[in-house]
Design a protein around this ligand. Sequence first.
Ligand SMILES: [Zn+2]
Ligand SMILES: [Zn+2]
Length: 183
Amino acid sequence: MSSGAQRLRPIALAAVGDVDAALMTSLADPIRAALGRGVVFAQGLPLPAHGFSRRRGQLRATAILDELAAVKDPGWLRLLGVVGVDLYAPQLNFVFGEADPERGVAVFSTARLHVGPEDARRLQRRASTEAVHELVHTFGLGHCVRPSCVMWFSNTLAETDRKSPRPCADHARALARALEAER
Ligand SMILES: [Zn+2]
Ligand SMILES: [Zn+2]
């Protein structure tokens, strides 16, 4: 590794509320592979009570983005929150996650990714795919027309399973340009 590469800011991950530690750990390699940056684990955050909708039984995704933005260290290129509770956005019955390119933060939820207790690997793959998806959004990149690209917009878990945690060639190029512009 060159000294230049060592200066590159890492991607930080933080559990928001209760998240399985093994699942958190499993996200590091796919994120490194897709973004080419180091991954560090930040201190976990409590669930923001003010973002909880009693009527929906869900947490507003932007409430978590606000919490993440408040604790984001300038030494981190991005901060990604991982949450176990279901998320919503106004006008949508749920969201898998949400990204804020302006503040360099994103969040995704494992609430709708669940599989049987014996299938931790599938859960890890789904979570990695959603983690990379939201992180790529934080670089201002949009959705893809290729069903296997990580930037395909999933409406269902079947669509999530069809994707890989990697960007297509076009998205990989656009991401490399964005990463180059932001050290
Ligand atoms: Zn998306
Ligand atoms: Zn793509």
